[in-house]
Design a protein around this ligand. Structure first.
Ligand code: ADP
Length: 248
């Protein structure tokens, strides 16, 4: 009972912290939403344009995450839209470039360009980023990092897709695999132990589930099983994603 109570208090403090953080974060990120475009207006250098795009994307993502964190703490659901896997993969690739160690080869394979699910774009992007960053951290000696998406036949008429994040890293022992999704469980000196639990929450809010398989010394594989989008093709909120409304 005491342990339960401590856990409840910890989550309560975490909620308060999150509410405060998201408020401050939105203010701090304001320049990131506006300045990249101002910078682009002053240069023709394609490398600077590319950097400005990455900064803008981080600003947009941070801003929306702050918003999502706030609605999570308040218990409201984040808006759902049609999200194309291809678009998610491209965003992850853009955000990883620059930070991807030289000894890691990133492979992306989508069986069908039009594969899409229903969910919140920023949240789903966060899931893929969490999983790929974990995978990169598990491969200090390098290796292949694979993101793949395939259609899967579900029960009855249900159509499903599977997004897999596969690494050739350290893998996990049985004890780690057992506690993987527990809040605050981490084996890293600077870890939070909140990455996977938030991935699980997001995937489950899309009606999906996460499956993990791992072999110590060989690597790990995270499979996200998700229902295929029922919304009409072409209804993705692409433009809004790339150009935050604050740009006016
Ligand atoms: P954090 O990354 O902050 O530790 P997570 O919830 O994302 O929090 O992960 C919890 C733990 O799960 C990690 O500390 C690590 O031990 C293990 N883990 C997650 N992904 C992998 C992976 N791809 N390979 C090996 N271990 C992993």
């Amino acid at each position: 009972v005491e342990a339960e109570l401590m856990r409840a208090q910890r989550l309560e403090s975490l909620s308060l912290l999150a509410a405060g953080l998201s408020h401050d974060l939105r203010n701090i990120l304001q320049p990131l939403l506006i300045m990249p475009d101002l910078l682009k207006a002053r240069t023709e250098d394609p490398r600077l344009w590319h950097m400005a795009d990455i900064i803008a994307e981080c600003g947009r993502r941070g801003h929306e995450m702050a918003q999502l964190m706030l609605s999570f703490v308040r218990g409201t659901r984040s808006p759902s839209e049609r999200v194309q896997v291809q678009q998610l993969f491209e965003a992850v690739q853009l955000l990883l470039r620059g930070t991807l160690p030289d000894n890691i080869a990133l492979h992306m394979e989508t069986a069908d360009e039009a594969l899409a699910m229903d969910g919140n774009y920023t949240e789903l992007q966060q899931v893929l980023l969490n999983l790929t960053l974990n995978a990169i951290q598990a491969m200090p000696d390098g290796g292949r990092l694979t993101l793949q998406a395939t259609p899967v036949d579900g029960a009855g008429n249900a159509q499903w897709l599977c997004i897999s994040v596969i690494d050739e890293g350290t893998g996990m022992d049985a004890a780690t695999q057992e506690r993987l999704f527990a809040p605050f469980f981490t084996t890293k000196a600077d870890g939070t132990g909140l990455g996977l639990i938030s991935c699980k929450r997001i995937i489950e809010s899309c009606g999906g589930r996460i499956q993990v398989s791992s072999v110590q010394g060989q690597g790990s594989r995270f499979d996200l099983h998700l229902p295929v989008s029922e919304r009409a093709e072409g209804t993705e909120a692409t433009e809004a994603m790339l150009h935050p409304e604050m740009l006016g």
